[in-house]
Design a protein around this ligand. Structure first.
Ligand code: AMP
Ligand code: MN
Ligand code: MN
Ligand code: MN
Length: 286
């Protein structure tokens, strides 16, 4: 028998409901075509696409879990917490995410003002052209406009020169607390997952605090194999998963065929000495 980790699960990607460029339906089809065997759509701070994703997965004969990716502020950094397998109609989860989305419009106006001061006018209106869900205007939409208008060649260049700490267009923002994000997910009968831990600029002590507090609040898993990690980080976070007794997740973080380096389903399997998060979610898979 194959180890239970050998499954082409892709439990992290984005649609037009947040900052992806494809619809939930097109993503489900692409996942199926790419050989994905278990799929979740994890739009930022938003679960408005979940019923569409479930229906699209069913139409493709693709196993599916509900998903989201919640923005959290921890130790002065933005951390992302993925939720999987929750009830998509849970009222408290809807309310919590609504509140988390709340400050995005003002933040976007402030970002545009900062960019205007740096000599780049019109970016709020420019970014809006790329937005499908007005509550979810994000840095990604600004990045697309800066590429379209020729300020940068590609979105990765935008994030090197703009929109990040110390650069024009950066506006600090307070997102949800770690406790709230984990509670919303677990109370909706889902599993909370630390997304792409290798991306955060934490000291070893801060990272330890993140994992410890996440566990205390009821978090149960961590992304080990993700499009955001290097091979060394797969090994590092496999060790961290074991150290903290966390299950492991796997996801591309696919946003767009034009921007994402990792396509849906195109990742190595999880190391076989880990507990895959889908083992904890067996009853929630549809
Ligand atoms: P926001 O939630 O508005 O802060 O936007 C965050 C999003 O920006 C992330 O989910 C990514 O899609 C995108 N992003 C952040 N940093 C980078 C980067 N270095 N390169 C490409 N995209 C990035
Ligand atoms: Mn994103
Ligand atoms: Mn993320
Ligand atoms: Mn993501």
């Amino acid at each position: 028998m194959l180890p239970k980790t050998i499954l082409n699960a892709d439990l992290h990607c984005h649609s037009v409901v947040s900052d992806g460029t494809l619809t939930p339906e097109v993503l489900a089809k692409r996942a199926k075509t790419n050989g994905v065997e278990l799929w979740a759509l994890t739009d930022h701070d938003e679960i408005g696409g979940q019923h569409r994703a479930a229906a699209a997965a069913r139409a493709q004969g693709l196993r599916h879990l509900t998903g989201t990716e919640i923005s959290v502020t921890f130790a002065g950094e933005t951390v992302h917490i993925v939720g999987l397998g929750f009830d998509p109609d849970d009222t408290a989860l809807h309310q919590g995410l609504h509140k988390t989305r709340g400050g995005r419009e003002q933040r976007a106006r402030d970002m545009a003002e900062s960019l205007a001061e740096a000599g780049i006018p019109g970016t709020f209106e420019g970014a809006l052209k790329f937005v499908s869900n007005p509550e979810l205007i994000s840095r990604t939409h600004f990045a697309r406009f800066l590429v379209e208008s020729g300020v940068c060649r590609e979105t990765s260049e935008v994030f090197r020169k703009y929109l990040t700490e110390g650069k024009p267009g950066y506006v600090p923002h307070r997102w949800a607390t770690l406790h709230d994000a984990v509670s919303w997910i677990t109370k909706a009968r889902g599993i909370a997952v630390i997304a792409h831990p290798g991306r955060y600029k934490f000291t070893a002590n801060e990272e330890y605090a993140l994992f410890t507090e996440f566990k205390t609040h009821g978090g149960q898993a961590v992304e080990v194999v993700t499009g955001s990690h290097t091979r060394q980080e797969y090994v590092k976070y496999a060790g961290v998963a074991k150290e903290f007794g966390l299950a492991a997740s796997r996801g591309s973080d696919f946003h767009s065929p034009d921007e994402s380096y990792t396509d849906l389903g195109a990742l190595p399997f999880l190391p076989d000495d880990l507990t895959p998060v889908w083992e904890l979610l067996a009853e929630r898979i549809q």
